[in-house]
Write a protein of this length. Sequence first.
Length: 190
Amino acid sequence: MNLKPIAAALVLTSTLCAAPVYAVDGFTINVGSSDDKIDLYRAAARFQWDKKWFEEGNWFLGGHYELGLMYMENSSDTVNTTNAASDLYAISFTPVFRLQRYALDSGIAPFIEAGIGAAYLSEDKVQNDSPQGADLGGNLQFENKVSAGLLFGEQQQYEVAINYFHYSNAGLEEPNDGIDSFSLSFSMWY
C-alpha cells in the first residue's frame, strides 16, 4: 500500500485544523477509484457561503467552495505502452450548490450537492487499465462533482457522502479521455 496519499491527506488535514487562521469552515477527505483502475485520494478545505435560498419548507439551498488537493494513481496491472504517468497530483477550486433538509428528529440531515470547478493536474496522461492510458489533452481540467450524503452530530458537524467526480477539458483540447471516479468521503464542519 502506498502511504504517500495518506500522509499528504494527514498533512493537509492538520494544516486545516488551524481554522481561525485561514477562515476555513470545514474539511473533507475522499477515497475512491475509477472503473479503469485509477485510485483517487482527495482532501479539501471548505468555505461555507453565508447565503441560503428557499428556506420556507423542510429543505433549503446553500453551498460552499472547495479548495482541494488530489492524488491519483494507477492500480492496474496492465502494461502501459505510452509515456503516461503512473500517478498525478492536482489542485482544484469548485463552487458547490447543496440542497439540504433541515435536521430530522434523529438529528440527521440528508443532502444532495453538485458543483463544477477548475482543476490543474500535474500530468496530462495517466496510466489506467488500457495500454494507452488516459490522455486528458492538457493539464487544465474541469472538476464536476455530484454527491449525496448525511450530516450528523449534535450540530450536524459531521458528514458522510458518496461522490461522483468527472475530470475532463470539456472538449477544449483533443484528445479528451476524461476520468470518472466514485468515492466515499468524511467531512467535518467547524
